[in-house]
Each structure stands twice: as C-alpha cells, then as structure tokens.
Design a protein around this ligand. Structure first.
Ligand code: ADP
Length: 366
C-alpha cells in the first residue's frame, strides 16, 4: 500500500507569494499521477515537498495515513528521479545503483540481487561496469531510474526526467516508464511541463497554474471536459482554437463573434446558454473538430468560408491555418484536403464539439 495525500498544502518561499496554494491531491495506491502546467506553476515545489526536500509551509502531508510533514526525506520511503540524473561521475553504473543500499547497510548479496534485477528490467546489464560519462543520455536516465528501483520505495517521484533527451528518445523512455509502472505496480508521481507526456502517461492528471490546481481527472475527461479556458488551451496539440464573442438571443439563441463576422445558431443543444444572453463568452473548438467535409458520423456541421493562409501536410493528416472572425485558427483535416494557401475554402465546424467559456471567469459553461 502506498497512498499519498496532500491536504491544503501551501509553500511560501521567504519573501515571495505562495508558490503552491492550498493544494489537495489524493494519490491512490499504484496510481500514476502526473503534475503538469507551465513553468513556474509550482509542480516541482509540490513534488519536492512530498520528497521532503522542501518544507511544507501550510497543510498536511500523509503517506499511507502517516503524517510525514516532519519526517526526514530518507525516512519517507520515497525515491526520486531528477531531470539531470544526479549520478556520481566517479562511480560505475553498478556502484551508482548500489550506493543508496550500501548507505542503508544492506548485505552485499542483497545489493547484488537488487541491482541485477533492476538492470535486467531496464536492459542495462551490459553497462554495469561503465562510468556515467561513457553512457548516452537515455542510458544515464535508465541508471537514474535503476537507482530508484533498487530501493523498492513505496512511492516513485519523477521531476521532468525526460527533458534532457532528444524527441525520439523521449517518446521511447515515456513508454518504458509507463511499462515500468505496470511491472512494478508502484505508486508514481510525475512532474512535466509537457502536456503530451501528461496525456499519455497519467492515470490521472493534475493541472496547475500559478500555484493553484485547475483540474484533476483522467486524461480523456480533461480533454473532453476542461473546466476552464486555461485547461482547454493547455491540453491538446495543436491547441484548441478560441473565438471571442457574445451570446445573442434576438430571434434565436446564437453566438456572435466580437467583430460580428461570424454567427452560429446554438439551437437546443446549447439552450443552457440562454442565461448568458448579452454576456461575453469564448467559443472553443479543437483543430480535429474542424473538417473539410462531413464528420465520421455523417453530420455536416456548421459551414464557414475561410481563406487559407498556410497548409502543412503531415503525411497522415493536414494542418490548415486560417482566420475565423479575425482570430488565428488551425484545422486538422484529412491528407486529401484540396486547397492551396491564398484560396477561399469551405470548412465545417462540428457543432457537437464546441466549448463555451465565460470570458470574465474563464470557467467552462457546462
Ligand atoms: P515549476 O516546477 O512548475 O516550474 P516551481 O515549483 O519550480 O515551478 O516554482 C514555483 C514558484 O516558486 C516559481 O515562481 C519559482 O520562481 C518559485 N521558487 C521555486 N523555488 C524557489 C526558491 N528556492 N526560492 C524562492 N522561490 C522559488
């Protein structure tokens, strides 16, 4: 069992505003939870408080129902993997992995058993006698993970572990860490600024901004039902398109863009927007919900004429750039899309997949 519970956790660095603000997170046993958000939102600070590397200013931190606010890092039964690997340069891979166990006075046999086992899981048996400088970035990262595995900790913490790797290796290591999570059946908390890592690795994602939690949910729930405009724009690549405008109920309930160029009838589906009549809202639509013909389920969608600015063939799909009501937008259409930059084309917006946000609060209008 390894649950981690953060109750009203805040961090104030001396002379600064709250870096982390009253955060509540309940990480379940064997869960993979990803903390994600832009740089400076407080993810690392949160992780470092769990590890015991930063003091908790306010709130309670529990590991398996034991309050650990005042427990020293080495007694928390947690292992952390850092972005810069933090390997000892003068030691071999074997000794790097064995070091923590030696300090804890494990027997030589037990240490060998654990290091060999971890090396086998990570496929680094051949590297045990090398020094870190004789390893590639990906291999170093594996050693850093290996050093955590041998400890058999209750909880693994990862602080941007893949940031120093090139794009291809990052994708590969992402899968390896996900597999490792399944193999070890351990509780893992993972910090990243990369929304793709969060989406692909997390059982649940915690999205943070300015020290506050914005939303905690499964990747798909967050993708489909973002609670506010920030989350909607942060998760998804290319990002969700936004058009600013107002709800109008003159004759029929509709959304009218700020510049008046673009108007859609909202009909029954968005009837709940009636109470926002006269209010400013943002309309959000994801690039894949813009198409050049009918959608998969046969719906045609809302037809709009736009002028193509740029087209980017990606092989399996095509990105099209255009302005909608004066706002820069991206559509993700089929590779057979016919149209050249500078041309006027018809595109369709999937009316079922439109999001609305209150412009003042940024909150989603459900
Ligand atoms: P993230 O990991 O999301 O990039 P951090 O947790 O590192 O963000 O930082 C959150 C906020 O706390 C930032 O505003 C950062 O400048 C501040 N901060 C981080 N570490 C310290 C520190 N040791 N002293 C003062 N402020 C810090």
């Amino acid at each position: 069992m390894a649950e981690v519970k953060l109750v009203g956790i805040s961090k104030i660095y001396q002379g600064t505003e709250k870096a982390v603000n009253s955060v509540d997170i309940n990480v379940r046993d064997k869960e993979f939870v990803v903390l994600v958000g832009p740089s400076g939102c407080g993810k690392s600070t949160t992780l470092r408080m769990i590890a015991g590397l930063e003091e908790v200013t306010e709130g309670e931190l529990y590991i398996d129902d034991k309050r650990v606010n005042d427990v020293a890092p080495k007694n928390r039964d947690i292992a952390m993997v850092f972005q810069n690997y933090a390997l000892y340069p003068h030691m071999t891979v074997y000794d790097n992995m064995a070091f923590g166990l030696k300090l804890r006075k494990y027997s030589k046999d037990e240490i060998k058993k654990r290091v060999d086992h971890a090396a086998a899981i990570l496929g680094i048996e051949e590297l045990l006698n090398r020094k870190p400088k004789e390893l590639s970035g990906g291999q170093r990262q594996r050693v850093a993970v290996g050093r955590a595995i041998v400890r058999k900790p209750k909880v693994f913490l990862f602080d941007e572990p893949l940031s120093n790797l090139d794009a291809k290796l990052r994708v590969q290591m992402r899968t390896e860490i996900s597999k490792l999570h399944q193999t070890l059946g351990a509780t893992m908390i993972y910090v990243t600024h990369d929304q793709t890592e969060a989406m692909t690795m997390g059982d649940r994602i915690v999205i943070m901004k300015d020290g506050f939690i914005q939303q905690i949910d499964s990747p798909l729930n967050i993708y489909n039902n973002p609670v506010n405009k920030f989350v909607a724009g942060f998760i998804g690549s290319p990002a969700m398109n936004f058009v600013e405008g107002e709800i109008d109920n003159n004759g029929s309930l509709s959304f009218v863009s700020q510049n008046g160029d673009f108007k859609i009838d909202l009909g029954e589906r968005y009837g709940h927007l009636k109470e926002f009549t006269g209010k400013k809202v943002s309309l959000g639509i994801r690039p894949e919900n813009i198409n050049d013909s009918a959608f998969n389920d046969g719906t045609i969608g809302i037809e709009v004429n736009v002028k193509l600015e740029v087209i980017e063939p990606m092989g399996n799909e095509m990105f099209i750039y255009f302005k909608l009501a004066g706002e820069q937008c991206i559509g993700r259409v089929s590779p057979d899309f016919k149209g050249n930059s500078g041309e006027e084309v018809k595109i369709f917006l999937d009316l079922k997949r439109i999001h609305f946000f209150d412009q003042t609060s940024g909150e989603a209008i459900q």
